[in-house]
Write a protein that binds this ligand. Structure first.
Ligand code: RB5
Length: 151
């Protein structure tokens, strides 16, 4: 599986740890940065990772920042992206089975490397259920991308 990954300065070490887990899983990883402690803006990283996913260059993406919050909010602004901020394995599995999340977000100042690795393993291993009700709900999420405030 091709995975695009990126972090801001708040999660560079977690990114390296996650890349090791992805390598163990046999994933092909495209790391879009950042690569050191110099501050960068997490929306720029979200854009780079999500562009890989929406273009089809990567099947899925992983985005990381200090909390995972800012970068997940940014990722979810991009049409076609369903980004799930997960701090536990159950949420990671559900984000795949029910929401068909194509991007996983985590926080480098929230999670230890061990728990984050377990979350990544579960998220990579879990398929979308494909159930009609979940497809319907995901369709409604896509429709919200065209939402405009009623006048
Ligand atoms: C950067 O200091 C920090 O705000 C960022 O990593 C993230 O936690 C934002 O949601």
């Amino acid at each position: 599986m091709k995975i695009a990954i990126g972090s801001d300065h708040g999660a560079v070490e977690l990114k390296d740890a996650v890349k090791k887990v992805l390598a163990e899983l046999g994933a092909e990883v495209n790391d879009v940065g950042t690569f050191d402690a110099a501050a960068v803006d997490y929306p720029d990283i979200a854009e780079k990772v999500c562009a890989e996913v929406t273009s089809g260059a990567a099947e899925r993406g992983i985005v990381l920042c200090g909390t995972g919050i800012g970068i997940s909010i940014a990722a979810n602004k991009i049409h076609g992206i369903r980004c799930a901020l997960c701090n536990d394995v159950f949420s990671a599995k559900m984000s795949r089975e029910h929401n068909n999340a194509n991007v996983l977000a985590m926080g480098g100042r929230v999670l230890g490397f061990g728990p984050a690795g377990e979350i990544v393993k579960a998220w990579i291993a879990t398929d979308f259920s494909g159930d009609e009700r979940h497809n319907r709900r995901i369709g409604k999420i896509s429709a919200l991308e065209k939402y405009q405030q009623p006048k």
